[in-house]
Ligand binder design. Structure first.
Ligand SMILES: [Fe+2]
Length: 287
């Protein structure tokens, strides 16, 4: 079996063909996918729907999985569930339910888990039930954003540290946590500039959880973070994916931001399962 990688845009992303994601994968095939992930930032595969067991098995090849915590209905499992369907009953969740309000925040540009002490390498999102229209995911390249900077800006920003704060970002949409939920969260700090260990390409880790630049005034830090996001989300640096059932998307949380888009949550069903891989281990695969 040989894999084919077809670029999605001139800037980033590739569609991968030649592998059945619903079947176990050989080490050789994974090594090709892993190398392509470093190069393309986003990979998309299509085919028969991947079940939970296969998704966990595939995701673990990238590194250790994060546990899901907090408000997500799949809390306590390796999955972050993105759905308008109740996890127990399967019924549609009313639009004014706290769980749907919580998911609304996913419509802001973000990278997953930047608010955690150990950030994420990548996420794997699989489409289990897809609405007939709407519910696309948009992605933007923060590697491309970095590359738009001048040499002097790159030098100035090289050692900047960013504070990321989940309570801050959810607060932007008016979502408040209970005191118990707040116990497990607090601001964390990460280097702004990230270097891909496989190819040395640099990017900026930004998005809605990025609150401030350590050592800078709040206003100056906000201006930089907003400028970097504007560079990333220029049309030429973005890709919009209209999902089909069975699609699998892998994205680099340090080289891209993404956001969800609207669908009719009262009329249609949508179920996506996300696994999130921690960056807390070597990111070059050992075969
Ligand atoms: Fe996300």
């Amino acid at each position: 079996m040989s894999l084919t990688f077809t670029p999605l845009t001139p800037v980033f992303g590739a569609r991968v063909t030649g592998v059945d994601m619903s079947e176990p994968m050989t080490d050789a095939v994974f090594a090709e996918i892993r190398a392509a992930f470093d190069e393309y930032v986003i990979l998309i595969l299509s085919g028969p729907v991947m079940n939970d067991e296969r998704q966990v098995e595939f995701s673990k090849r990238f590194g250790p999985l994060e546990g899901t915590r907090g408000v997500n209905p799949a809390s306590g499992t390796p999955f972050a569930r993105q759905s308008n369907l109740d996890i127990e009953s399967g019924d549609v969740i009313p639009a004014d339910d706290r769980r749907m309000f919580y998911q609304k925040a996913n419509m802001m540009w973000h990278a997953d888990s930047t608010f955690k002490a150990t950030p994420s390498l990548c996420s794997v999102l699989t489409a289990r039930i897809v609405p007939p229209e709407g519910g696309a995911t948009e992605l933007a390249s923060t590697r491309a954003a970095y590359e738009t900077l001048s040499d002097s800006e790159k030098a100035e920003f090289e050692d900047l540290v960013i504070e990321h704060d989940f309570a801050y970002s959810r607060g932007l949409v008016g979502f408040t946590f209970t005191p118990k939920e707040l116990e497990t969260m607090g601001p964390v700090r990460h280097n702004l500039v990230r270097t891909n260990k496989g190819n040395g390409r640099k990017s900026v880790m930004i998005g809605v959880h990025a609150k401030s630049v350590v050592g800078w005034s709040y206003e100056k830090g906000r201006a930089l973070l907003e400028d970097l996001l504007e560079r990333a989300t220029r049309p030429e640096n973005t890709y919009r994916h209209e999902w089909r059932e069975g699609d699998v998307m892998i994205w680099d949380n340090q080289s891209a931001v993404h956001r969800a888009t609207e669908f009719d949550t009262a009329q249609h069903q949508r179920l996506m399962q996300r696994t999130t891989i921690s960056a807390g281990t070597p990111i070059v695969p050992v075969l």
